[in-house]
Ligand binder design. Structure first.
Ligand code: G3P
Length: 217
């Protein structure tokens, strides 16, 4: 499973990138707003840091506007994936931009049919939002499973990018189902390494080690 980091915070990306944890980055207008940075400047910095795809989102509502914005964003770096919303205009923009050889991430996906039609439009990535479905008492993870089944039935190459991941359990479940990629905030990625029994075990090893009076260095 590829790990994308869902943030526009450079320091957080750098820290995870040094551990080899970052296969790509996803941003959106809310994350750019949170960073307080200029979209082109911060996206360029991210692209310089990370070799994998960096999603940068368009904000126009019409296909022509999305195409123009997508081309402009793609000028920032080779590894830009243009992010467009799952609307009819977004699909039109997806088709044009992917025909031009650009990576396209179709976002705000909330149904299996939306994922199916995005694959037909040539999406490189489809971003189903797990957490936001869970928020309204629907089953975000079932959507990932449905899309996996449909894509596998027909050999679609569009990669399932599990998004709106809020918990470590979301990561486990998405990995079990076989999502190609997950994108999560840095805090969720760091939590993947945590376990109370690890902390407890370490504490007791260190106590016993002290009793030996030995040193390794
Ligand atoms: O990857 C999409 C993500 O940024 C949305 O997450 O937590 O705002 O639903 P969230």
């Amino acid at each position: 499973m590829k790990f994308f980091v869902d943030t526009a915070e450079i320091d957080a990306i750098r820290e995870l990138n040094e551990l080899g944890m970052v296969d790509g980055v996803t941003t959106n207008p809310s994350l750019i707003m949170k960073s307080g940075r200029d979209i082109k400047e911060v996206t360029k910095e991210i692209c310089d840091l990370v070799a994998g795809p960096v999603s940068a989102e368009t904000v126009a509502l019409d296909a022509e506007g999305m195409i123009a914005e997508g081309r402009e964003l793609a000028r920032i770096a080779e590894n830009i994936a243009v992010k467009v919303p799952l609307t009819w205009d977004g699909l039109r923009a997806c088709k044009v931009l992917s025909d031009e050889g650009r990576m396209v991430n179709v976002t705000l996906c909330f149904s299996a049919n939306q994922a199916l039609i995005a694959a037909k439009a040539g999406a490189t990535f489809i971003s189903p939002f797990i957490g936001r479905l869970d928020d309204i008492n629907l089953d975000g993870m079932q959507l990932i499973a449905d899309i996996r089944e449909i894509y596998d039935n027909y050999g679609f190459e569009t990669q399932i990018l599990a998004a709106s991941i809020r918990t470590v359990n979301h990561v486990t479940e998405a990995a079990r189902i076989g999502a190609d990629v997950m994108t999560a905030p840095p805090a969720v990625i760091k939590k993947l390494a945590e376990h109370p029994l690890t902390d407890k075990g370490l504490e007791s090893f260190l106590k016993d080690w002290e009793k030996t009076g030995q040193k390794i260095l």
